[in-house]
Design a protein around this ligand. Structure first.
Ligand code: SAH
Length: 357
């Protein structure tokens, strides 16, 4: 992909750059995600699926979906755990992968091949294309890859950022997104506010779906939860931070997830939301450290050290454990959800239609 010669709105630039990136390169050469750090991550999410499915009344069959599954490691680890400890849930799961990159679809098929006797995965392009019925959806580092718009607060209203060549240009915004954080957030003049319309649309749609049927959705991502603002667009190329507008398609472009806006959009749809909580709190509640101790037992000191280091990396507050946050969406009326012990859900707010953040 070449640099744009005339101004291209940032979200359109990011969509094209990431489509080129995910279909042309092995993203995992540039960054490492939680499921790639340790099998414990996918196993714990598998345990979350089993407990949540039981809480839903064990619907059989049900859709077990993952959005943005990358190499397929998380789902493969989750399914291995389910086959071992929750065979009824394993047998009931109809696995659906939301993935647009043909190259990553191939990698996911390979990762799930050990389950071929029991599991026939189905691929689709968007969360909205998932079949109806009871569903559990997982998404790790999916929303941060979706295109964002950046608005700059002015005395009069908002400017919007576009890309020309390798630089930003701003012009008064036309066609402001309806609802979302722009409508409600008190941002000082000169500051940037980001919106991710793709993420908000997914949240609203899941909110409507979960208001009417059985299910749960779990989003894990780098992000913030509060009335924040600021430019969080970043690029990783060859494993190192890079200027996000340089060499589009050669770097992974991400932005932090605005969990306050995400939750508000889901509740407008009619579901309840849980959290966000930190990844460290969530994984600890699911039993990360006992699982690490179990994996390290009877292993060499070197392997035991690696397992312990992986658990620290996933859960420590100054590492992924504090930087990543976890939010769940469920039908209203649920009183408990694994990983969110001690937290009450936030009730749906269809009356806030049009606000969403
Ligand atoms: N969840 C994985 C991978 C994260 S990378 C992990 O934790 O390792 C982001 C993933 O989202 C990739 O699989 C990428 O191809 C996919 N993706 C990015 N944009 C997408 C979109 N608009 N629709 C569907 N999938 C998308």
């Amino acid at each position: 992909m070449t640099a744009p010669a005339t101004p291209v709105r940032l979200d359109r630039f990011m969509a094209r750059a990431n489509a080129a990136y995910y279909s042309g390169r092995d993203p995992f050469a540039d960054f490492i995600t939680a499921p790639e750090i340790s099998q414990m991550f996918g196993e714990l999410l598998g345990a979350w699926v089993a407990v949540t499915w039981q809480g839903m009344g064990a619907p059989t069959p049900f859709v077990l979906a993952e959005a943005g599954p990358g190499r397929g490691t998380l789902m493969a680890d989750a399914l291995r755990l389910l086959a071992r400890v929750a065979p009824a849930c394993y047998a009931a799961a109809r696995v659906h992968m939301v993935e647009t990159s043909p190259r990553l679809r191939d990698a996911q098929a390979t990762a799930l091949a050990p389950h071929a006797d029991a599991v026939t995965p189905v691929w689709c392009d968007a969360v909205a294309d998932l079949p109806p019925g009871p569903m559990i959806l997982l998404a790790n580092e999916f929303l941060d890859a979706l295109p964002i718009r950046q608005f700059v607060r002015t005395a009069q209203g908002w400017d919007e950022r576009s890309v020309v060549g390798e630089v930003f240009v701003t012009a008064p915004a036309t066609d402001l997104p309806a609802g979302g954080p722009l409508a409600t957030r008190d941002v000082p003049e000169g500051e940037v506010l980001e919106t991710c319309e793709g993420a908000l649309a997914i949240a609203r749609q899941l909110g409507r779906r979960l208001a009417q049927g059985q299910g749960a959705a779990l989003f894990i991502d780098y992000g913030y939860d509060g009335p924040g603002w600021g430019d969080t667009l970043q690029a990783l190329r060859d494993g190192r931070p890079a200027w996000p507008l340089a060499r589009p398609g050669m770097a992974d472009l991400t932005a932090h997830v605005d969990f306050a806006a995400l939750g508000a959009a889901a509740r407008v749809g009619g579901c309840a939301t849980w959290g966000s909580v930190t990844q460290g709190a969530f994984l600890s509640a699911l039993g990360l450290f006992p699982r690490a101790a179990q994996l390290a037992r009877n292993q060499s000191p070197e392997v035991a050290r690696q397992v312990s280091e992986a658990a620290q990396r996933l859960a420590a507050p100054d590492r992924m454990g504090g930087l990543f946050r976890v939010m769940a969406m469920t039908p209203p009326g649920m009183t408990e959800l694994a990983g969110f012990e001690g937290f009450a859900p936030i009730a749906p707010s269809p009356a806030d239609m049009g606000k969403g953040g």
